[in-house]
Ligand binder design. Structure first.
Ligand SMILES: Cc1cc2nc3c(=O)[nH]c(=O)nc-3n(C[C@H](O)[C@H](O)[C@H](O)COP(=O)(O)O)c2cc1C
Length: 211
């Protein structure tokens, strides 16, 4: 029984990566973690060349991921919220699952899934989009893990004075950026707990399936 964890954040080692890994650690099965950061994954072109054999003909970094996805019994997919939806890189990655959906739909249907959503203020939209995607692909979603991560405005150098940035939006004008107000996964024990309990739930389900 194999679990594949995927983080669609373009920022390596940040909150989405960390939260996906919390789920994987608790799941304890043979797991593999893949960060999509830096990978070239085009959107689905809708060419339908995958209809006959369920294999996408676009040659990019998704080609190497295909086998890992097919072999996995469960997928833990995480993404950050960008403008009220999961980010573009994650969307491109998920669009390419179209290759699995023709005729022999069982290439991925019946797998188990966990949705991991992160946002600077609102993590839910990213998890909701992943859940919707699981539903389209007949992947049974065991639940969602959510956490807040620091928006780029905490580090960009202009955050305290930027009237369109997250500091103004979430904390109001005049707010100083301090470690106290910076969201970190380590300060969200309930988020870590949620991720771990989903990992354990996944472990139990996979153990039952392997009997
Ligand atoms: C282009 C862009 C758009 C964003 N839009 C939102 C948003 O609409 N709502 C929100 O809560 N956070 C938003 N964020 C903040 C990210 O979700 C937040 O920084 C999150 O921690 C990113 O995940 P990561 O740290 O794993 O990369 C946005 C960030 C970027 C770069």
């Amino acid at each position: 029984m194999k679990i594949l964890g995927i983080s669609g954040s373009p920022r390596k080692g940040k909150t989405t990566d960390l939260l996906v890994n919390e789920v994987l650690k608790a799941a304890g099965e043979p797991t593999e973690f893949v960060s999509l950061a830096g990978l070239q994954i085009s959107p689905c072109s809708g060419c339908l060349a995958c209809v006959e054999d369920n294999i996408c003909k676009i040659r990019d970094d998704m080609t190497g991921l295909r086998e890992k996805i097919v072999e996995a019994d469960a997928l833990v997919i995480g993404a950050p919220n960008y403008f009220g939806h999961l980010n573009g890189l994650s969307h491109c990655f998920l669009e390419r699952f179209y290759q699995f959906r023709h005729r022999e739909a069982d290439v991925i249907s019946g797998k188990l899934g966990i949705a991991v959503g992160v946002g600077g203020g609102m993590p839910e939209p990213a998890a909701r989009d992943i859940e919707k995607f699981f539903e389209y692909n007949q992947i049974e979603c065991l639940g969602r893990a959510l956490a807040v991560g620091p928006a780029s405005c905490f580090d960009c150098g202009y955050g305290e004075d930027c009237s369109v940035g997250a500091i103004y939006q979430f904390y109001g004008p005049g707010t100083r950026i301090t470690e106290d107000i910076t969201p970190r996964l380590g300060k969200q024990p309930q988020a870590i707990e949620q991720a771990r309990s989903l990992g354990l739930k996944l472990r139990e389900r996979l153990t039952l399936l392997s009997r």
